[in-house]
Design a protein around this ligand. Structure first.
Ligand SMILES: Cc1ncc(C[n+]2csc(CCOP(=O)(O)OP(=O)(O)O)c2C)c(N)n1
Length: 581
């Protein structure tokens, strides 16, 4: 029976059907739902890793054990996992290994826009690209077979629109596969230079074999015959747009196995049509390959070079002036922008209010708290990649002007992910910097996944809890303080003390995520208009529950949870907390 599934759920289904024994990964939009769905299949062991590199390495260990494994991450996660990815390409696999890279064209929720097809090419591993949920299912399922057949980790390249579109899938049975076990094979699995040099040839052999397969495969790289006047080569979600617009008017070569590219099939197709287009998102990956073979191709010059495609853009690309605007044109419609903001009552808000009011230079990081950079807080001065706040704070502290007060600010999940090594660097290099860890006991940004400090795992079962303060002490930080982020007076005092200390220090601001743990202080902020002097300080904490009328704060009682940050910043004491009735 057909089932309606999200692309990511279909990947999980495909993994289950493909005999996957193990799933790991680190949350990251748009990939997160894959493991969350996979955990519900009893035959698969599923766990979150502290970061993508570790997730990849555990999956590789499972592969060496002869079992099938999947590891999931967003595109920037593959940067973190690229060290094992590149070497594992030389080692090949024992059990099939599938690595999901969920790319995010247009950066809906990412700090950069990467086309990880280029990483697959550089790592010389096979890559497959589905276009919809049903393909996400069967391609994932079959990717395990391909992985074993070509002795290669496989990159399953998804994009936001493939991950997050819903569609019908046709579930199949789980495959029954031959039992495999660990086989000792030092030349294959120990990448000493002498062994790696030998394996380097195997990598090329693999690509030659896979190229033959890719060229011959109607299943992975099908051709939809139509008019020969126009030929279009496309892949992933772009196929959906192309097919909807041009199914009757063009011939389409749809690529599903995109590393190695089936060059011979592409050449034959190009020669069979009068005018050739390539429609793909982000880099001109296929287009460049066609140009290198000497073909005249229309592609990237007809579309925006950045961001994602849509029906309108693809129609304009392919039909130019004749475009009929088959989608609704929203250019005349005014849509009020709703900037993202911290939740009412979020424990991060008071911290950033304090950082701003103290004039600190804040080396930030990635998480909900990155919203500390936006109006009206504007209290974050950098955000580069996960974990970077620690090293950057160390660097800035070393060379800051004498009166500049620098801190690094990092979330708890991000600290476990990649902040710890930065802190070790601070200790061994005698930094005098201060790091603030915002500990809300969850990975909030991506929807509330557990992390090494939460004390429960992906299934909600109890798991050992790695204590943040103990880790900091264990790596040699002597000054580790914990503060209540709702007590701004305490926060200010501790920040001042630690900033003036002549050694590295860590401040842990500990309070649970109000959204995940449904925190309610059961109070409401009230304004006494007779006392309020309209200074606007309460409004500048940037809480959704505080509006403004004639310069006076207006409390939205449906949103206020009574955290009291606005009350704390009110100098004339016009705001107070009252019991919620
Ligand atoms: C390498 C990499 N992996 C994953 C992500 C997605 N991501 C961004 S921040 C974040 C974790 C946020 O959790 P935490 O640090 O605890 O902060 P919170 O959102 O809870 O405030 C994740 C998973 C990313 N941006 N980069």
């Amino acid at each position: 029976m057909k089932k309606l599934m999200l692309g990511n759920e279909a990947v999980a289904r495909g993994a289950y059907e493909g005999g996957c024994d193990f799933g790991s990964g680190y949350p990251g939009t748009p990939s997160t739902e894959i493991l969350e769905a996979l955990k519900d299949y009893d035959d698969v062991v599923v766990q979150w890793a502290p970061n993508e590199k570790v997730g990849y390495e555990v999956a590789m260990g499972v592969s060496l054990a002869g079992k099938r494994a999947i590891v999931t991450m967003k595109h920037v996660g593959l940067n973190v996992a690229s060290d094992p990815l590149f070497s594992s390409s030389y080692m090949g696999v024992n059990g099939g290994l599938v690595c999901v890279s969920a790319d995010d064209p247009n950066m809906h929720s990412s700090q950069d826009e990467q086309d990880n097809r280029l990483i697959a090419k550089a790592a010389k591993v096979l890559m497959v690209e589905p276009c919809d949920p049903e393909e996400s299912r069967w391609m994932t399922k079959e990717a395990f077979e391909l992985s074993e057949q070509f002795d290669s980790p496989i990159i399953l390249r998804m994009t936001t629109r493939v991950c997050h579109q819903s569609g019908l899938i046709e579930p199949e049975e789980r495959v029954s596969k031959k039992e495999k076990f660990f086989v000792k094979d030092i030349p294959k699995y120990v990448m000493l230079p002498a062994n790696a040099r030998q394996r380097r040839h195997k990598v090329e052999e693999r690509l030659i074999n896979a190229l033959k397969f890719s060229n011959e495969s109607d299943k992975w790289n099908p051709i939809f015959n139509g008019s020969k006047k126009i030929g279009i080569i496309t892949t992933g979600v772009s196929f959906g747009y192309v097919y909807e617009i041009m199914a009757k008017e063009a011939s389409i070569l749809k690529l599903g196995l995109t590393n190695p590219l089936p060059l011979e099939r592409m050449r034959r197709f190009a020669e069979s049509v009068e005018k050739l287009y390539v429609v793909e998102e982000l880099e001109p990956y296929i287009e460049d390959a066609m140009k290198a073979m000497g073909f005249k191709v229309f592609g990237s010059e007809l579309r925006p070079y950045t961001g994602e495609l849509n029906l309108t853009l693809v129609e304009r690309m392919l039909k130019g002036e004749e475009s009929t605007k088959i989608t609704v044109d929203l250019s005349d419609v005014t849509i009020n922008q709703r900037p993202p903001t911290l939740c009412p009552g979020c424990s991060h808000r008071g911290m950033f209010t304090m950082f701003r009011d103290m004039g600190l230079k804040v080396m930030g990081d990635i998480g909900c708290y990155t919203l500390g950079a936006v109006n009206p807080l504007k209290a974050m001065d950098s955000c580069m990649c996960m974990g970077a706040s620690v090293g950057m704070a160390e660097g800035l502290t070393k060379f800051a002007k004498e009166n500049d007060k620098v801190i690094g600010v990092i979330g708890d999940s991000t600290f476990y992910h990649s902040g710890i090594t930065g802190l070790i660097d601070m200790v061994i290099n005698k930094s005098t910097g201060t790091i603030v860890i915002l500990n809300n006991d969850i990975t909030a940004m991506t929807g509330g996944q557990p992390h090494p400090g939460t004390g429960f795992n992906i299934k909600g079962e109890d798991s050992p809890k790695i204590d943040l303060a103990e880790i900091c002490k264990a790596v040699g930080v002597k000054r580790v303080r914990t503060v209540d982020p709702y007590n701004l007076e305490e926060v200010k005092k501790v920040l001042e003390e630690e900033l003036s200390a002549k050694e590295v220090s860590v401040i842990i601001a500990k309070a649970p995520c109000v959204l995940t743990f449904r925190v309610n202080f059961n109070k409401i902020a009230k304004v006494n208009l007779d006392i309020c002097n309209r200074c606007g300080k309460c409004i500048r904490v940037g809480c959704m529950a505080i509006g403004e009328k004639d310069g006076y704060p207006l409390i939205d009682e449906t949103l206020c949870i009574g955290c009291g940050i606005c009350v704390d910043v009110c100098d004339p004491l016009a705001l107070s907390l009252v019991e919620r009735k």
